[in-house]
Each structure stands twice: as structure tokens, then as C-alpha cells.
Design a protein around this ligand. Structure first.
Ligand SMILES: Cc1cc2nc3c(=O)[nH]c(=O)nc-3n(C[C@H](O)[C@H](O)[C@H](O)COP(=O)(O)OP(=O)(O)OC[C@H]3O[C@@H](n4cnc5c(N)ncnc54)[C@H](O)[C@@H]3O)c2cc1C
Length: 412
């Protein structure tokens, strides 16, 4: 069986690993090489860690863990106020597995043993299917035929555009700016909120600005130079602002220095510690991106099973505010591989693809809903009267939280 996977991102590469040796797999990827991807960090949740453990060679999983932060760096999640005082702390359940991987490193590792299957620099334009197979037309005019085409080409998928009944993800009107700032030492940065030593945090300002914060420690094991192009060499603060796109100037084609200035423009009344660190960020590691999401109550993966299917953000894009997108794509890939293995064992393809589509929908809906929670708070605070109300409320919650969680938890 020849399977053409469009998109060698997190989900597409996971699927290719899962199908190795069982099908003739071709991966088409628009990027020039595996390291040519945004440099933010992604958290892989318990379920997705389990899927990777079953799919990838053990040595590869061990290598990924050795160059990533693990559950020790994610023992809790904190919601904080503008002064970075904790408002609420949600501990992780005991025994929860987690990998906090730098996205570029994760992609380079996933692609390393698949180089003979991936065609980099191949942008998919259109997909057409007939009863017996499907054909992909690439930007250079070449046409590649297969028995099944999988759209793993992320939000705005060219493949999913060919599937009837799957509405495109909508722009949420929010823009994220994310960067890395060096820290003197991982947990000893003077003035750092100490709760960051136990896990990431999301802070809200009364004007509806959100800021994601997480600490990064360099891996215990040295990574090869191919992995380190966009990874800080020492401890770092990973930060990401979230704000309504209409509060920011158009950042298309802007140099990264402009992103840092725009982020600072949002943080005027925030903790001076945060402002200093954002100002000291490495422009080469700073990026801006718009938030998109599928409608969690609308039709998802409802197309008639045929010779084209899809996974991950291509089907159910979600903003990064829940940290669920990559994990959901990995789990989709594992489920699709299982369905295709059953087909290769003799079961009808359309029945297995239909079962796959049914499996991914509840997980996707819950992940999108969770990811939209912080977006709702930010959107609610777009109204001036609510901002005026939010200021004292968030202030009181921060003061209460600081007392409740103790001085050690919030020094800034
Ligand atoms: C700042 C930020 C932080 C995030 N943090 C987390 C997190 O902590 N945890 C988490 O689970 N998720 C996180 N995510 C989301 C996560 O990165 C995505 O949800 C995940 O990568 C989706 O996987 P995917 O395989 O569906 O798509 P992708 O990994 O985006 O892969 C799609 C691939 O398709 C390629 N492509 C697109 N169009 C074409 C085309 N026409 N032809 C050929 N190739 C094409 C792209 O170049 C890309 O390589 C974050 C996202 C952002 C922006």
C-alpha cells in the first residue's frame, strides 16, 4: 500500500514511524529541511508520551528524553496576575509522564531516520481522488500517486480543503509573540517567581494581555550541533505574550526586534523582572504567530471515508494556550496507523478510516475547548468596563494567592 503523507510536522513524522516496514510511505514537506521550523518549546502529554513510546525505537525515545525537560519541570501549572503573584496553582497528578521538547529538536530527531522517505521543498497544491487511489500535485508540477493521501499539513491544510464538510479553522483575532531570554541560573535568577521552578505559568493583565512563562534548563546530555541552532546554550526564560491582533502593528515581514518591542509595549504595567527579561531576549529566537482554531461544536472529521484522510492541526487546529496541539496530532497518528494496520490485515479500508475518524473527534473537541479557555478570558477583557472591574479583582486575587501560596512562591 502506498501512503502519501502531506506534511512532515509532528503528526506526519509520527505516522511515518508507525507505518515503517508495513507500507510504502512518501512524505511531502514544504520546508527545506527538518530544522527549518519555529523554535518554541512544546509539551507532550501523558497519552502522547505513551504513543511515542509504542511507536518510536526505544533508543530514539531515550534520546528525546535526554535532550528535553521531563515531568520534573512540570509538577504544577500556575495562573498568576500582572505582578506575577500566583492566583491559582494546579498540581499535576502523581505519575503523569511528560516531555517538554524544543520543537526544532523534536522534529530533527523524528525526521533523522526517515530522510529516505521525506521530500523536502515539496509544497502540496491540490489533491484529487478516485475510487482506487489519490494523486497529489506539488508546486513544481509533479504528480505523485498513491493508495491513500494523509493531510498532516497543519492549520490551513491544502489536503483538507479537498475534503467536503470540513470547515477551515478560523482566525481568533489574537497574536502570540514568543521568545527566550537568558537566565543567570536555572532556578536562581534574582527576582524570578519561584513557582516557575515547579512548572509553567499563565499570567493575565486586566487589559486582556496574557503572558505564558516557563523555565528552560539546557539538557543534561550534549546535543549535536544539528539540534542546537535555535536552542539557548544556558538556562533561559521562555515567554509568550498573547494579545488581540488589533493592538499590534502588522508584523508580517517585520524583523524579530520589532516583535520584542511590540511585546514590551504590552508589558508596561507588568512586573519589572518580566519586562527586563523580555527586553534582553535573543531576537533570533523571537517569533510572532496568529491563533487559529476549529469550532469545537462544529463538524470535525465528518467527511465520507475515501482515499484522502487527515490528522492533527489540519483537522482540528487549536491555539497553543492549552499546550495540546502536538499531543493531539501524535495521538491521531497512532490511531490512524492502528486503523491502517487493521486494513493491511484484511479489514476494509473505508470501515477502518471511519472508525479512525470517530476515535479522534472527542479528543479533539475536548482539546480545542480546553485551549480556548484562556482565549475567552482575553476576549472578555477587551471591553473597557470589564477591564475596570478586572483590575481590582485580579489585584485582590493576586494578594490572596500570594498569602495562600506563601512568600517563596511569588517573590518578584
Ligand atoms: C508557540 C506555540 C507553542 C505550542 N506549544 C504546544 C505545546 O506545548 N504542546 C502541544 O501539544 N502543542 C503545542 N503547540 C501546537 C503544536 O505545535 C501543533 O499543534 C502541532 O505541531 C500540530 O502538529 P501537526 O503535525 O498537525 O502540524 P505541524 O507540526 O504544524 O506540521 C504541519 C507540517 O506541514 C507542512 N505543510 C504545511 N502546508 C504544506 C503544504 N501545502 N505542502 C507541504 N507541506 C506543508 C508544514 O511545513 C509543517 O511541517 C504550540 C504551537 C505554537 C505556535
Amino acid at each position: 500500500m502506498r501512503i502519501i503523507i502531506c506534511g512532515a510536522g509532528i503528526g506526519g513524522l509520527t505516522l511515518a514511524h508507525a507505518l515503517r516496514g508495513q507500507a510504502d510511505v512518501v512524505l511531502l514537506e514544504q520546508d527545506a529541511h527538518a530544522a527549518a521550523t519555529a523554535g518554541y518549546r512544546i509539551s507532550i502529554n501523558h497519552e502522547a508520551c505513551g504513543a511515542l513510546g509504542r511507536i518510536l525505537p526505544t533508543a530514539l525515545v531515550e534520546e528525546l528524553r535526554s535532550v528535553s525537560d521531563t515531568e520534573q519541570a512540570f509538577r504544577q501549572f500556575t495562573v498568576a496576575d500582572q505582578r506575577l503573584r500566583p492566583i491559582a496553582v494546579a498540581p499535576e497528578a502523581e505519575g503523569t509522564d511528560r516531555i517538554l521538547a524544543q520543537r526544532q529538536v523534536l522534529r530533527v530527531l523524528l525526521a533523522r531516520d526517515l530522510h529516505h522517505l521525506v521530500r523536502f521543498g515539496a509544497t502540496v497544491r491540490t489533491v484529487a481522488e478516485d475510487g482506487n487511489g489519490a494523486a497529489v500535485t506539488v508546486a513544481d508540477g509533479s504528480v505523485i500517486e498513491g493508495d491513500l493521501v494523509v493531510g498532516a499539513d497543519g492549520a490551513g491544510s491544502a489536503v483538507v480543503a479537498s475534503l467536503p464538510g470540513q470547515p477551515p479553522a478560523r482566525d481568533l483575532g489574537l497574536t502570540g509573540i514568543a521568545g527566550w531570554s537568558p537566565l543567570g541560573s536555572r532556578f536562581g535568577s534574582p527576582g524570578a517567581p519561584t513557582y516557575l521552578g515547579a512548572g509553567p505559568a499563565l499570567a493575565f493583565g486586566p487589559d486582556g494581555t496574557g503572558v505564558f512563562l516557563s523555565l528552560y534548563g539546557p539538557p543534561s546530555r550534549p546535543v549535536s550541533s544539528a539540534h542546537t541552532a535555535t536552542v539557548p546554550s544556558g538556562p533561559a526564560l521562555i515567554w509568550g505574550t498573547i494579545a488581540r491582533s488589533d493592538r499590534l502593528a502588522d508584523t508580517r515581514n517585520a524583523p524579530p526586534e520589532v516583535f520584542i518591542q511590540q511585546a514590551l509595549g504590552l508589558l508596561g504595567r507588568w512586573s519589572p523582572w518580566l519586562e527586563q527579561h523580555v527586553a534582553a531576549s535573543d531576537p533570533a529566537l523571537t517569533e510572532a504567530f496568529r491563533f487559529r482554531a476549529a469550532d469545537p461544536s462544529g463538524p470535525l472529521a465528518g467527511w465520507t471515508p475515501g482515499r484522502v484522510t487527515a490528522l492533527g492541526d489540519a483537522v482540528h487546529a487549536m491555539p497553543p494556550t492549552g499546550g495540546r496541539g502536538a499531543s493531539t496530532a501524535i495521538c491521531d497518528a497512532a490511531d490512524l496507523a492502528a486503523a491502517l494496520r487493521r486494513h493491511l490485515g484484511g479489514r476494509p479500508l473505508s470501515a477502518e478510516l471511519a472508525a479512525y475518524q470517530r476515535t479522534i473527534v472527542p479528543r479533539a473537541r475536548s482539546a480545542i475547548r480546553e485551549s480556548l479557555g484562556p482565549v475567552r478570558i482575553i476576549n472578555t477583557l477587551r471591553h473597557r468596563p470589564l477591564q475596570l472591574l478586572a483590575r481590582p479583582l485580579l489585584g485582590a486575587a493576586g494578594a490572596l494567592g500570594a498569602r495562600r501560596y506563601g512568600q517563596r512562591q511569588w517573590q518578584v
